[in-house]
Design a protein around this ligand. Structure first.
Ligand SMILES: Nc1ncnc2c1ncn2[C@@H]1O[C@H](COP(=O)(O)OP(=O)(O)OP(=O)(O)O)[C@@H](O)[C@H]1O
Ligand SMILES: O=C(O)[C@H](O)[C@@H](O)[C@H](O)[C@H](O)CO
Length: 174
């Protein structure tokens, strides 16, 4: 079997990246890292103040994540990462050290995601930034390795679909 590719669980704020990323990593028995935890403090403060990040704000953060994926690959290890990855150029940067990486896009209905955001606590991300998240989101393109899933499904069903589509049904680690 080919090794499990790195996975980046992407989507707007509140789409379920942290929840699904952790569940996928557990199913695949690989490490999980949450991009939320890797933002510089200045980025967190900006978002907490209700100001969307710019390309310049995101670039160093994306680089940290890209290098981390590359470091795992150099050790022949897969990884699951939760990262918004909203724009094509961000995604290209994220996979620059591991082009076999597969994006899992939690492509959801705005009303569902707004409802979930309203019912959770977040360290720094206010629901008011959801519009800018959707405005920034660029759909995956045909030449990107990706699996699209609806975040309205249960986490168990999402994990089942993703692991099947990458040829790694849950529990069959590399
Ligand atoms: N498939 C699902 N079914 C039901 N509830 C879900 C599902 N996925 C996530 N949730 C819930 O939706 C809320 C948002 O999920 P989560 O925090 O994982 O999203 P996120 O994309 O990581 O958000 P952010 O990027 O803002 O940190 C949480 O309360 C979580 O428990
Ligand atoms: O690119 C971005 O705008 C950010 O990564 C946001 O998406 C948040 O960090 C994350 O979703 C937590 O709410």
């Amino acid at each position: 079997m080919e090794p499990t590719p790195p996975l980046i669980v992407m989507g707007v704020s509140g789409s379920g990246k942290s929840t699904i990323g952790a569940a996928l990593a557990a199913a695949l028995r690989v490490e999980f890292i949450d991009g939320d935890d890797l933002h510089p403090t200045a980025n967190k403060e900006k978002m907490a103040a209700g100001i969307p990040l710019t390309d310049e704000d995101r670039a160093p953060w994306l680089e940290i994540i890209a290098e981390r994926i590359g470091a795992e690959r150099a050790e022949d290890r897969s990884i699951v990462v939760a990262c918004s990855a909203l724009r094509r150029r961000y995604r290209d940067q994220l996979v620059s050290h591991a082009p076999e990486t597969v994006f899992v896009h939690l492509a959801g209905d705005r009303a569902l995601i707004a409802d979930r955001q309203a019912n959770r606590q977040h360290e720094y991300m206010p629901p008011s930034l959801l519009d800018s998240q959707f405005a920034t989101l660029e759909p995956l393109q045909e030449d990107e390795r990706a699996v699209l899933v609806d975040p309205a499904l249960t986490p168990e069903e999402i994990v089942r679909r993703v692991t099947e589509s990458i040829g790694r049904p849950a529990g069959t680690s590399r």
